[in-house]
Write a protein that binds this ligand. Structure first.
Ligand SMILES: [Cu+2]
Length: 248
């Protein structure tokens, strides 16, 4: 597993204080060195929105085209609300999981729907909750309940290049980034949180943040993928995939 890097970020209490006049708010943000994205939208929306942007350090010449794989979640450092479970869908199409990364609350059910004209399988060897749907055909779906929080790498035993992740978190405050790395978590009550930033090619980062009634805006994080190397996973029997007639 990846080691965790820990930093502490305190969001200034008056960062977006609603009592300050508009010009003063802007001045305050600038003086604290935050590049605030979506500032005015944030002011117009709910008071407790947490937003920011994640980037990834790559090896020289490398470029980042998978920022949408970033998952951000906030765990209260105090009493935790019990997050509700939900139903989510991951489509198997074009020999890919779509979306490739899916964050859900622990206890949620994910339906894996096969939209290809041939069989797929979904399995995970995650120690906190391994599962195997067996093979199933076009138009069919298989459901799995992700009870334990954690990261579940998911694969298909037919197609070695199919890789994805379900991330089950024990908090309702989570988001996936857009293609530009920006993320927004809405309706976060004021308080102290441990924030985790996850991506499949980098070690996760954690930071402690304080969210006040005005939310927290313009948070910036950089993950490091410079030491990442692709490793082909094994099939569900723990062996190398055989060609088996599959054509890519
Ligand atoms: Cu498959």
């Amino acid at each position: 597993m990846h080691p965790r890097a820990t930093t502490v970020v305190t969001v200034k209490r008056h960062l977006m204080h609603p009592a300050l006049p508009m010009a003063k708010r802007h001045f305050s943000l600038v003086t604290h060195g935050f590049v605030v994205l979506g500032l005015w939208a944030g002011l117009a929306d709910a008071q407790s929105t947490v937003n920011g942007q994640v980037s990834i350090a790559e090896r020289p010449g490398g470029r980042t085209d998978d920022l949408a794989n970033v998952v951000v979640y906030l765990e209260p450092t105090g009493p935790r609300p019990k997050p509700g479970s939900a139903a989510a869908v991951v489509t198997l199409q074009g020999r890919q999981f779509s979306p490739r990364i899916r964050v859900v609350t622990a206890g949620s059910t994910v339906a894996f729907t096969n939209q290809d004209a041939f069989n797929h399988n979904v399995f995970s060897k995650a120690t906190h909750g391994p599962f195997d749907t067996q093979s199933y055909g076009r138009g069919k779906a298989r459901e799995h309940v992700f009870r334990a929080p954690g990261v579940y790498p998911i694969y298909c035993n037919v197609h070695p290049r199919m890789t994805g992740y379900v991330i089950a978190v024990s908090t309702p405050y989570h988001a996936q980034a857009g293609a530009d790395g920006r993320f927004t978590i809405a309706d976060v009550p004021p308080g102290s949180y441990r924030m985790t930033i996850w991506h499949d090619r980098a070690a996760p980062q954690s930071a402690t943040i304080t969210v006040d009634a005005g939310g927290a805006a313009g948070l910036r994080y950089q993950l490091d993928a410079r030491t990442y190397h692709f490793v082909q996973h094994k099939n569900k029997f723990g062996r190398d995939y055989t060609s088996g007639g599959d054509v890519y």
